[in-house]
Design a protein around this ligand. Structure first.
Ligand code: C2E
Ligand code: MG
Ligand code: MG
Ligand code: MG
Length: 294
């Protein structure tokens, strides 16, 4: 079993950097991809950075869209998310992603894994008329565990839409979902949004996190965001942790949750299962060793 697990992880690691396509996909290609269900999800683990005993224990995963293109292989969000936005396909794409995520949640629950699942949504999605009704139907259909779902808002909401957006996000919170402010620090009005929208979680953008071990200003900004989030009662998540030094600095700065290549790359569902099994195996080995050492 273990060699196979290793193989799946290696395969996922191998696929991840192939982020270039031969020809830029068109909106027709993407519409077809949605119709013909060519999208799938990769899952990136999010771990606890703080509690000494549980340190690096998995608390959830972020679902990231991937496109299995018949001609070009696996395509990554940088080659289709803005295309979806420009061509009015973002809403159907988001429903599709949510459906895939809910199917995966049901399967993990069946396996006994009660993981929190984070899904990326956009401003247009929360402003879509009738969105909550469809959301209710879909989540009921899949018997979703709503208090184990986080919706990450990845895009800046226009000032004129803040009160409506706030109403919708509150309605989602009433259903048990958590709401995250994604890529915090990069938007035009991050602080206004933080003030006006009912977030539970704040994700520090990778552009800061990736520099904290090299650049004093990036560290000061990151520490200040952690402090700000804590004082507002939010869970602070650092994204894009790539090195042991960054990891250690975030632990030291009191950041609650971490995500990044240092912990794990985004993995296919199969590779994620293997990763989970390998980790629990090594946790048991470590436990046995510490018992023998006593
Ligand atoms: P995001 O939500 O900020 O997701 C994190 C991105 O950073 C992912 O890229 C992930 O693979 C990458 N990443 C994670 N850890 C590291 C690291 O340590 N180093 C580096 N260099 N990168 C890291 P990905 O999968 O290419 O997604 C890019 C963006 O596309 C996402 O950024 C999100 O905004 C958007 N996206 C992905 N899936 C969806 C989706 O289903 N719906 C919507 N609306 N947007 C999505
Ligand atoms: Mg995200
Ligand atoms: Mg992010
Ligand atoms: Mg980001």
């Amino acid at each position: 079993f273990l060699p196979k697990a290793k193989l799946l992880t290696d395969l996922a690691l191998f696929l991840e950097p192939l982020k270039t396509a031969h020809r830029t996909p068109t909106s027709d290609d993407l519409a077809k991809a949605i119709r013909e269900k060519q999208l799938f999800l990769a899952f990136q683990p999010q771990v606890d950075l703080q509690h000494a005993l549980q340190q690096d224990q998995i608390i959830g995963v972020e679902a990231l869209a991937r496109w299995q293109n018949p001609e070009r292989g696996v395509l990554y969000p940088d080659s289709f998310i803005s295309l979806a936005e420009q061509s009015g396909l973002m809403i159907p794409l988001t429903w599709y992603v949510i459906e895939l995520a809910l199917q995966q949640q049901a399967q993990w629950l069946f396996q006994g894994w009660n993981l929190n699942l984070s899904i990326n949504i956009t401003a247009a999605f929360i402003q879509e008329e009738g969105m909550l009704e469809v959301f209710d139907k879909l989540t009921q259909q899949h018997q979703a565990v709503l208090n184990r779902l986080t919706l990450e808002l990845t895009e800046t909401v226009g000032v004129e839409c803040l009160s409506y957006a706030s109403h919708v996000l509150n309605a989602l919170r009433d259903r048990g979902c958590k709401i995250a402010s994604d890529d915090f620090g990069t938007g035009h009005s991050s602080l206004t949004q933080l003030y006006r929208l009912p977030f539970n979680e704040l994700k520090i953008d990778r552009s800061f996190v990736s520099l904290i071990d090299q650049d004093q200003d990036a560290l000061v900004i990151t520490e200040s965001i952690i402090d700000l989030g804590k004082r507002l009662g939010l869970t602070v998540v650092a994204e894009g942790i790539e090195t042991a030094a960054q990891h250690a600095m975030l632990v030291e700065a009191g950041c609650a949750v971490g995500q990044g290549y240092f912990i794990s790359r985004p993995l296919t569902a199969g590779a994620f299962s293997a990763w989970m099994c390998e980790r629990s195996q090594s946790a048991i080995t470590a436990q046995n060793e510490s018992m023998l050492a006593r």
